[in-house]
Design a protein around this ligand. Structure first.
Ligand code: NOJ
Length: 559
């Protein structure tokens, strides 16, 4: 099928935490192979594999030192060939993570680049002289706190790194760099990879005047717009499409922080020949205070109206003009039911309700490992966190600048840290949740005996089977792929409801995202012809009339 990714559902695997096959406590490719039948049973079409390439693991593999070699902790290149082959046998495609805004500082290119100002590799990265007083070239800050510049004694210059100092940014202005990247993409696509998730792809083109941020509040370093959507971004992506993507039947999704729906159209309008879809951050930022010195760690209370406004805007503005990537969770985000819902009394209802909202929309839905069984956030003592983002933020904000108290920071980490999604997958209730027979690389959630795959498979109304039904609907119901979108009750603080309409039929998608019982009065007028329930998380739901119970959700054909 042309555009097969439009009615596909993607499942993201974070390999180090998915399944360990050899008892070293670290997930691996053979572990994934073992679980292919499980994924086939769930019904997903595509696996997105977070990076599995050689890496010092400073940022858990998003710091690659060899793009053509599998990291030994995950297995070998032969294991990767086997995984691609076996996934295909199970009817599952595989997309890989293309991390080419930066490499590891241990990549051979960088090792050579830092040696001298006039070798083949000198301009592979972004090098700048210190200012006259020896300070950084400008006031850009890293996403992981502190300066985005690191002074290199060997070369006598600063290099740019928007992430950790072990992740130097590549210089996309250099044509040879771009060619190297296109070659490595072909290397994996010729081995059968079915496409790419592109890490912070919106950041590859930098403003070549490297301007300072205006100093607004006495801060030393600033982050934001110079990270994203630079002047040559779309030219580069179009070139990548022409040189590589157009030659394969593949799917592409770009990670695009800072993008608006207008930018998403530039990326995804098929006529522009760039990418199939991008991940927006706009809905993920609704519980964040814009411009806060404490960044994502300063919590803003969740307001459902914001979520509806942002998601609806993306639905409407991309309709017939581009394509949406739909997600609530990934390896950088906490669990949605803990973040914006209820992960105790109504854990299963809530997981199904958020899933209904997401999978009812137009776009390609993404399920992050464990989301399909309603896994929850964790609350560990601060010193047990593994993520470099948490560790750096603690040093910078709590210890050094004292802009946030330790208590508030801990609360924010419990709510938002990336490690919430990175604890090992919960397969069963045995020791270490069946993730490993050894010592796990990271602590498990305390709730694995209550929440695990084995239990979910044994219970016929579990979150797992609800996802399975949703995925089935995505495959069978053209309306979900093609229909347009209309938000209902935009000001309602508890109900998320919308219509999907094609020339053949109309559906209503309804979710009560609260713990209260609420009336459906405001919705009844949209339902007159038909009341044909397509999916519901309370089995006795038959029509629109009855009140919505806590986290009740359904999709119903109404015309
Ligand atoms: C986005 C990735 O999703 C995240 O995990 C990583 O830390 C940064 N990009 C840097 O590669």
């Amino acid at each position: 099928m042309k555009d097969w990714w439009k009615n596909s559902v993607v499942y993201q695997i974070y390999p180090r935490s998915f399944k360990d096959s050899n008892g070293d406590g670290f997930g691996d490719l053979q572990g994934i192979i073992e679980k292919l039948p499980y994924l086939q049973n769930l019904g997903i079409d595509v696996i997105w594999l977070s990076p599995v390439f050689d890496s010092p693991q400073d940022d858990n593999g998003y710091d690659i030192s060899d793009y053509r070699k599998i990291y030994a902790g995950f297995g070998s290149n032969e294991d990767m060939d086997e995984l691609i082959g076996k996934a295909h046998e199970h009817g599952i495609k595989i997309i890989l993570d293309l991390v080419v805004n930066h490499t590891s500082d241990e990549h051979a290119w960088f090792v050579e680049s830092r040696k001298s100002k006039d070798s083949k590799y000198s301009d592979y990265y972004i090098w700048k002289d210190p200012k006259a007083d020896g300070s950084e070239p400008n006031n850009w800050g890293s996403s992981f706190c502190g300066s985005a510049w690191e002074y290199d004694e060997e070369r006598g210059q600063y290099y740019l790194h928007f992430y950790s100092r072990k992740q130097p940014d590549l210089n996309w202005e250099n044509e040879t760099v771009r060619k190297e990247i296109y070659d490595l993409m072909k290397f994996w696509m010729d081995k059968g990879a079915d496409g790419w998730r592109m890490d912070v792809i919106a950041s590859i083109s930098k403003d070549q005047s490297f301007p300072d941020y205006p100093k607004t509040d006495g801060r030393k370093y600033y982050t934001g717009k110079y990270h994203s959507n630079g002047p040559r971004l779309h030219e580069f992506i179009h070139e990548m499409n022409r040189e590589v993507l157009s030659k394969y039947d593949c799917m592409t999704v770009g990670e695009a922080p800072g993008s608006t729906p207008e930018v998403a159209r530039l990326f995804t309008d098929p006529e522009r020949e760039e990418l199939n879809m991008i991940f927006t951050f706009e809905h993920m930022n609704i519980d964040r205070i814009p411009g806060s010195v404490n960044r994502k760690w300063e919590l803003k209370p969740f307001d459902l109206r914001d979520l509806k406004r942002v998601m609806s805007e993306w639905q409407n503005k991309l309709y017939n003009k581009g394509w949406n990537a739909l997600y609530f969770e990934n390896h950088d985000q906490p669990r949605v039911i803990s973040r914006w819902g209820n992960d105790t009394t109504y854990r299963e209802e809530c997981a199904k309700a958020y899933a209904t909202v997401l999978h009812g929309m137009q776009g390609t839905p993404y399920v992050y490992q464990g989301e399909e069984i309603g896994m929850t956030n964790v609350q560990f003592p601060l010193e047990e966190y593994e993520d470099i983002e948490v560790r750096n933020a603690y040093q910078d904000l709590v210890v050094k600048n004292k802009t946030i108290s330790e208590d508030d920071f801990r609360k924010a980490v419990w709510n938002k840290s990336r490690d919430n999604a990175r604890v090992p997958m919960q397969w069963d209730d045995s020791e270490n949740a069946g993730f490993t027979t050894g010592k796990p690389w990271f602590r498990l959630s305390d709730r694995y005996q209550e929440i695990n795959v084995k239990k979910a498979l044994e219970k016929n109304d579990s979150v797992f089977y609800y996802y399975k039904d949703l995925i089935c609907l995505r495959h069978e119901e053209e309306l979900l792929t093609e229909g347009d979108y209309q938000l209902l009750l935009p000001e309602d603080e508890k109900i998320f409801a919308y219509l999907r309409t094609s020339d053949k039929e109309q559906w209503i998608v309804v979710a009560n995202l609260s713990e209260d019982t609420v009336s459906t009065e405001g919705l009844a007028k949209y339902v007159s012809d038909k009341e044909d329930i397509k999916i519901a998380n309370y089995k006795d739901r038959t029509g629109i009339k009855a009140d919505l119970r806590p986290y009740e959700a359904f999709m119903m054909r109404i015309r």
